[in-house]
Design a protein around this ligand. Sequence first.
Ligand SMILES: [Zn+2]
Length: 383
Amino acid sequence: MSKLFIAGEVLHSAGSLEELKNVKGQKAVIVTGGSSMRKSGSLDKAVSYLKEAGIETEIFEGVEEDPSSATCMKGAEVMANFQPDWIIGLGGCSAIDAAKMMWVFYEHPDADFDAMTKPFSVPTLRNKAKFIAIPSTSGTGTETTGLAVITDREKGVKYPIVSYELTPDIAIVDGEICATMPANVTSNTGLDALTHCVEAYVSNIDDNYADALAKGGLEIVFDNLKEAVNNPTNIKARQNMHDASFMGGLAFNNAWLGIVHSLSHQVGALYGIPHGASNAIFLPNVIRYNAKVSNRFPDLAKVIGKETAEDLAVAVEGLRSEVNNIATIKEFGISQEDWEKNLDYIANNAFVDPCTGFNPRKPTVEELKDIYNACFHGDVVDF
Ligand SMILES: [Zn+2]
């Protein structure tokens, strides 16, 4: 049985934040990050639209990057006191993912975080509240995925909490909210969206719906990312990238990802390399590696007017440099010695990462080490 898991309602156009005026309910908690949503005016707008809808609002501000389970418990406490019937995640992926977990602990105060790190173990939601996601970055597609990435700081581990219970009821995909996103965040998150499209398309799950979304998202990223980076207030380019991010998220929510993400998760946890930046470093070589067994890449190459898997890999490298992204892992200031010391550890972790199971080519730990080394130095993979 194939089922398409997608946000319940998707509002996607510049200015669609205003649709909050039409939400039916009594009380909402808005969860947001540092101060960017307050500074840009989006937070105030959201509160005043909700007021017009007759909804009383409480704000939980200050969700950190890579949010912790402790932050999620704190937010759940605010919700327990206020008793909202809507939870709204407004901001970057961290704010929205934290809001999702606060929602879980609000509905189930005794839920066991460790138990929920096992896929599809989140208890049934929507007994107390429903969820609206309003992203301010264009990359993860968390507004339509059943995924929240939460960090356990005591253990120093990042957990992907996976459950379709977490798929938002309403996604507001409003490119105007992204106009204040810094250039490096725009390029990193945009390259993450591109990676989602490629990995979902070639994953070992066949899904016609995901395929079409992945191809469409890829085309939009190639046509708009550079413009969104160079002209941040071009709302048309912003909206296009926001749509592409949603499409990539929807594609991978249904067809999953591959070893670019397995490799990236480890260097993110160990060295703090931004997720989209490391994806863009690994992606070209993983295309070459997977193309040895998958015949799916020429389809994707055609979308951007190219022919072969190698053309696609080169096009990704070209886009990466056009948006000023780093081309090798060593440029993040990692010494050869430090890299060699950790290589076995990260390759073994990448091997058991859940994404590895959906990659079209089954890698060995040795092959993952070879890909890591090639991407550390900027070499081309040919095996
Ligand atoms: Zn990603």
